[in-house]
Design a protein around this ligand. Structure first.
Ligand code: GLN
Length: 459
């Protein structure tokens, strides 16, 4: 814990992965853990392991800002279920990591705390929205971290920072205590240095929860661990719609090399089709803002967060929300309100739900032929700070490979698969619902075969 705190302090002026450290609490928890371990009473196999937590997940007594001015001074009154579970297992919470405001973004630049920078190249973004968590793990200021993923926010920054990012099946992990962005898409998940680390943290945080009715119990054959060591007989599908124009050629080269490696290891490679893949991003940018507009209605300056006083109630709402939310958040609230409004609901929201159904069917069909799908995590490597901030559409396109997974509620993991121009490249593996074990088995076999030590930035 002390070593992580030291690295975090040294790196803070360079990368700014954290928005707040919980130094005193962390050292206290680490001491307690030492005592338990020396008396043979460790609470779990991860007792004492220091973890960073994204700042849209509540840790009682610490600020929880969601990187928004409207929550700048908000103190979490309770622990998120994932935090309760981590504490019960003896894990140490180091601090809160930076994100895009309310997790809306792909670069960690829309944060009210200022941007986080990629530890591989500080002129570049770490990806987002869990950019702080991915950076903390990559720079070794945490052993692992929690992120949230609504359209790629765990996998994409993990890919851009050269670490492992795991988005669980919708319903595997309780969302209670995570500040909601789009409730039908949000999942909390781990970011780790290795596949095994990410899987281990998932085993701590998963499980049913009376406080999130979508969080269900898994059956013994849906457990995370116990993946097969061999890839013999594992069928891996390459969706042909994903390997098309728009993808950086060098990235495609790296990913195809990884595919060759998996084939060498015994996997069977097949081309598959996801015919409606083209519509996923469009559907996401209707469904997500619609849910955002509903979820963020609660931030009106009355019950939560800061208030800008007006002459009357409506004025107070207007000023509070106008000043409290940044421009990307306001854009999405407006888009969502519009998509849900009378007269447009059928044309937009309802239509998007129908497309969602078709995309789910595509994946179900593909999983009749293969066990795991493989795609790049991101069409580009980490870009320069400021490069996409003026062009929301360019920013949205960064999520083109990750968004379909959330639309369908599937599990997905990003694993480092080499570098392009000295920057990390990630490949994404996708499984059937609650079959995390299968994609993690493939990811682990690949990681073992190529050696993970290649993937450390020289800080
Ligand atoms: N980058 C995507 C967006 O801006 C996904 C964000 C997320 O997963 N939280 O919506």
């Amino acid at each position: 814990t002390q070593a992580c705190l030291d690295v975090a302090q040294k790196q803070a002026p360079r990368t700014a992965a954290y928005v707040a450290m919980a130094e005193r609490e962390a050292l206290f928890a680490a001491d307690e853990s030492d005592r338990r371990r020396s008396s043979g009473g460790a609470l779990s196999f991860l007792d004492g392991v220091p973890i960073a937590v994204k700042d849209n997940i509540m840790v009682a007594g610490l600020n929880c800002t969601a990187a928004s001015n409207i929550l700048r001074h908000y103190v979490a009154p309770y622990d998120a279920t994932v935090v309760t579970k981590m504490k019960a297992a003896g894990l140490v919470i180091l601090g809160k990591t930076n994100l895009d405001e309310f997790a809306m973004g792909s670069s960690t630049e829309t944060s009210c705390h200022g941007p986080t920078r990629n530890p591989w190249d500080e002129a570049r973004v770490p990806g987002g929205s869990s950019g702080g968590s991915a950076t903390a793990v990559a720079e070794r200021s945490a052993f692992a971290a929690l992120g949230t993923d609504t359209g790629g926010s765990i996998r994409q920054p993990a890919g851009l920072c050269g670490v492992v990012g795991l988005k669980p099946t919708y319903g595997r992990v309780s969302r209670y205590g995570a500040i909601a962005m789009a409730s039908s898409l949000d999942q909390i998940g781990p970011i780790g240095r290795t596949v095994a680390d990410a899987a281990a943290l998932l085993e701590i945080i998963e499980g049913p929860d009376g406080l999130d009715s979508n969080a269900v119990a898994t059956t013994p054959d849906q457990r995370v661990s116990g993946w097969p060591e061999s890839l013999k007989g594992v069928r891996i599908g390459l969706p042909k719609e994903y390997f098309v124009a728009g993808m950086d050629e060098e990235i495609e080269g790296r990913v195809r090399k990884a595919v060759e490696k998996l084939e060498e290891l015994g996997a069977e490679i097949k081309e598959v089709s996801l015919p409606h893949a083209d519509f996923a991003l469009a559907a996401y940018y209707i469904i997500m803002p619609s849910e955002v507009s509903a979820n963020l209605a609660r931030f009106d300056g009355i019950r939560y967060g800061s208030r800008a006083k007006g002459d009357n109630l409506i004025e107070t709402y207007r000023k509070t929300r106008g000043q409290g939310f940044g421009s990307e958040v306001r854009r999405r609230v407006m888009l969502g309100t519009y998509a849900l409004s009378s007269g447009y609901y059928d044309a937009y929201y309802l239509q998007a739900l129908k497309v969602r159904r078709l995309i789910a069917q595509d994946f179900a069909d593909a999983f009749n032929e293969v066990d795991v799908l493989l795609t790049p995590t991101s069409p580009v490597v980490a870009w320069k700070l400021g490069e996409k901030t003026e062009d929301p559409l360019a920013m949205y396109l960064a999520d083109i490979y990750t968004v379909p997974v959330n639309i369908v509620g599937l599990p997905g993991v990003s694993v480092p698969c080499g570098q392009v121009q000295g920057l990390p490249v990630g490949m994404q593996l996708i499984s059937r619902p609650f079959e995390e074990r299968v994609m993690l088995g493939v990811a682990n076999a690949y990681e073992k075969a190529v050696g993970r030590l290649e993937f450390i930035p020289s800080i």
